[in-house]
Design a protein around this ligand. Sequence first.
Ligand SMILES: Cc1cc2nc3c(=O)[nH]c(=O)nc-3n(C[C@H](O)[C@H](O)[C@H](O)COP(=O)(O)OP(=O)(O)OC[C@H]3O[C@@H](n4cnc5c(N)ncnc54)[C@H](O)[C@@H]3O)c2cc1C
Length: 407
Amino acid sequence: MKLIIVGGGASGLVAAIAAARTARKDTDVLLLEGGAKPGRKILSTGNGHCNMTNEKALPMAYYSDNTVVLDDLMARFSYRDVLDFFNELGIPSVSRDGYYYPKNREASSIRDALVSEVERLGVRVFNNTKIVKAEKNRDCFVLTAEDGHEYRGDRVILACGGMAYPKSGSDGSGYNLAMDLGHNIIQPLPGLVALTAEENWVKNFAGVRLDGTVTLQVDGIRRRSQQGEIQLTDYGISGIPVFQLSGDAVDALSQNKKTAILLNFWDNKTETDILFALKMRCKARPDWETGELLRGIVPNKCIATLLNLSKIELHVPCKTISVSSLTKLAKNLSQLTFTINGAKDFESAQITRGGVSLEDVDRNLQSKLTPGLYFAGEILNVDGPCGGYNLQWAWTSGHEAGLAAVK
Ligand SMILES: Cc1cc2nc3c(=O)[nH]c(=O)nc-3n(C[C@H](O)[C@H](O)[C@H](O)COP(=O)(O)OP(=O)(O)OC[C@H]3O[C@@H](n4cnc5c(N)ncnc54)[C@H](O)[C@@H]3O)c2cc1C
């Protein structure tokens, strides 16, 4: 039996290991990788530290179109199994509030351990082998590489990733292979990505970093909030809390829904509490200039714009501010509205939302449309938040697809 895995990223490498460890002796496992070496994206994960999993990487943390399949898979290869798996490869882990990293905090150790194990197990790795066409005839799958070479196999795992961060090799070509083999693709959208805003004043905030709370609002309804370091840019808003909301924001935009991010500058206080605090500050220091009213609370670079948006002059005494302007300022500090009109592109996105529907695969990630074809990793329509969740999905799906494909 010959198993061909297309794509040597996180999911493809683990699929190769799981398959080679459990396959019968006469099984030939091939790993075809488009790039010069497998696992290139792993090196960039967690800013080079590789946030390999998370103790909260449970099915409900993920977005997908079939939670039954997801529940089942995540129970079979959980974050604990991942930690054991890497420990056995000589990579102990360390937890930071439930976010796991290799103990030496070097992503290269994870990549190197996986590649060494693949080699030790005798998997035949073909680098610089980008597959551009896939067919299934009566006897086998035929995969055609860019140089025209054909690879034939009895079973195939597509582990080509999505479209995010294409310089690591995941350029969306895996979707074409899935389509060649009969699958529809749910529209791929960039996920864990910065958002662009309509307002011109965002430029005034460019370069500011602050601790704040962001809330996603869709068609006027507040969906979810995230807290942490927010980055304001000349095009809109970024930072991990924004990334966490970006999947739902991009989804809403794709359905032409009115999408906004509300930014709270002040410890997530309500508008009423902020108004009260501002009134107290004005009362205590009536001769302060208006600019001084926000000093120490919001970054200096934001003060003039926030006052301007609240119709408050910059260099006048606080005692001259009307109640209605102070109320406007309180509103802007508690929920400054960024009207979202798009997201940065796949080049800067960390993941892809969309891809091969989980409805079209069984509990072992085998295609319901083309028997013998399996999927693993980001090519599937599953995505999680920042923090080790997406690698966990790559390890889980790779492991389970690898085991099943050689049974
Ligand atoms: C900058 C960055 C940081 C991240 N940090 C984290 C983190 O810390 N923690 C976390 O959980 N997640 C993180 N992620 C997300 C995580 O890296 C991915 O979700 C995960 O790597 C997906 O694994 P995969 O195997 O499905 O795809 P990929 O890792 O994208 O691998 C796909 C592989 O397939 C190959 N390939 C593609 N098409 C073909 C073809 N036609 N023929 C042959 N080969 C092909 C590619 O060259 C590539 O090597 C990060 C992502 C990015 C971009």
